[in-house]
Design a protein. Structure first.
Length: 153
């Protein structure tokens, strides 16, 4: 069995982020509420959002960043509709030529990337960010900045 087939809980244990017992406890809870294992571990206080970002970035070899203090351009935000941003936990952070950099909580599926590329007509570069920061950007930029969207979020 190759490393790509290992479960995220096993990888978190192997890389020293969480104890096996805590992953097993979270997995039992996951069986009843169907949330992502990492979301449960964070909610239980066994894993921090920043540790998860570092784990995902290192494991999948994608860049990561903090959005705190990052000044986003409203013109870039308009590339992704609020419904898509909320559903996929993704926000656009920068455009350079034909490439749109997007902050994600979890890397997007190939289908979501294709949908986003078709929607924006740009190549997509993903950057992993903590969930709280992505949620804050969605709230502050989509709900507060773009008129008429408060009720949609």
């Amino acid at each position: 069995m190759g490393e790509k087939t290992k479960r995220v809980g096993d990888l978190l244990v192997e890389n020293g982020y969480v104890a096996r017992e805590r992953v097993e406890e979270a997995a039992r809870q996951q069986a009843t509420n169907r949330e992502k294992l990492c979301t449960i571990l964070i909610g239980m206080g066994y894993l921090t959002e920043r540790d998860l970002v570092h784990f995902v970035a290192n494991h999948l070899r994608v860049p990561h960043m903090d959005l705190d203090g990052y000044d986003l351009d409203i013109e870039v935000i308009k590339y992704i509709p609020p419904e898509f941003a909320k559903r996929h936990q993704v926000v656009p952070i920068d455009r350079m030529g034909g490439m749109l950099s997007v902050a994600v909580v979890y890397p997007l599926s190939a289908d979501a990337v294709r949908e986003l590329e078709n929607m924006t007509r740009l190549a997509i570069k993903q950057v992993v960010c903590p969930k709280g920061e992505v949620d804050r950007v969605i709230r502050s930029y989509y709900e507060m900045t773009l008129p008429g969207l408060r009720g949609d979020m």
